[in-house]
Design a protein around this ligand. Sequence first.
Ligand code: ATP
Length: 319
Amino acid sequence: IKRIGIITSGGDAPGMNAVIRSVTRTAVSEGIEVFAFFRGYAGILDKEYKKFNFSDVGGIMEKGGTILRTARVPEFKLPEIRKKAADNLKELGVEALIVIGGEGSLTGAKLMSEENDIKVIGIPGSIDNDISGTDMCIGVDTCLNTSVDSIQKLKDTASSHERAFIVEVMGRGSGYIALMSALATGAEAAIIPENPVDYKALGERLWEERKRGKINSIVVVAEGAASAYTVARHLENRIGFETRITILGHIQRGGSPSAFDRILASRMGYEAIQALLEGESNVMIALNRSSMERVAIDKVLTEKKDLDLDLIKLTNTLS
Ligand code: ATP
């Protein structure tokens, strides 16, 4: 392989820059040229790219967001648009594409590859940790740390005023961030899409805990399970606390990546190039039990990511 392309696509995640750095430096050290396309699939369609050398990716590992920017390109669902992208890549002599993104981005990559004979390697980038086949995605740990830091601050003021806070965190299809941030902050409960909530039972438990002397109550809710307003409507007047709502929102997408995300990104970027050198295509690089693995993108897209629901019980027991 002489030349590869790289894009970041879909929702951004802290650590994407560290992947771009790792892919570029590993490729260049193997004598492979790197064309970095801007704004995801849009940059391939518009041929908006820059050739990246070792020094072009200096000082980016610690930066949040993605220097390549990202975009949603709905027309990529059409085969003729994917063909145009593949033709552009071929015209530029790009033999393989590395795609950092979520399930949507991986779907586009897989289809373009199968229909047009372009090699693709996926790297899971998603703050929700909703991509199956890998224990962790790029950006999850940083997002979790941001959520934990924010919830901890809310807990301070909740205790001073003896209030309940309903905190809405990111996670459309996955309760990972909600559940883990609840566990890490000692929140009273996590409401997540994987486990239907019984508001009556939850209200009774929080009221019992209030009577036992608790001076605050924190309920973390994943955006995909319910809105914080809905949860508040169900719980206020029932739990003995005045209730406040906080929606963390996009703050969870930003920030300098954590050490864990920088290391994961560096390992995944390196592994993506090794996979290409060994002739692989249509695989996603994954972290499984501390090791780098390659999982067929087809398998990633057909399996549902599980969440260890025993952690709900643990969160409730320890709160
Ligand atoms: P996030 O974690 O933010 O959801 P994602 O990669 O899943 O990340 P999407 O917006 O779903 O984000 O997808 C990103 C881009 O991938 C889309 O704008 C589109 O260009 C392409 N894409 C998504 N779904 C498909 C599909 N079914 N077929 C072809 N291309 C797709």
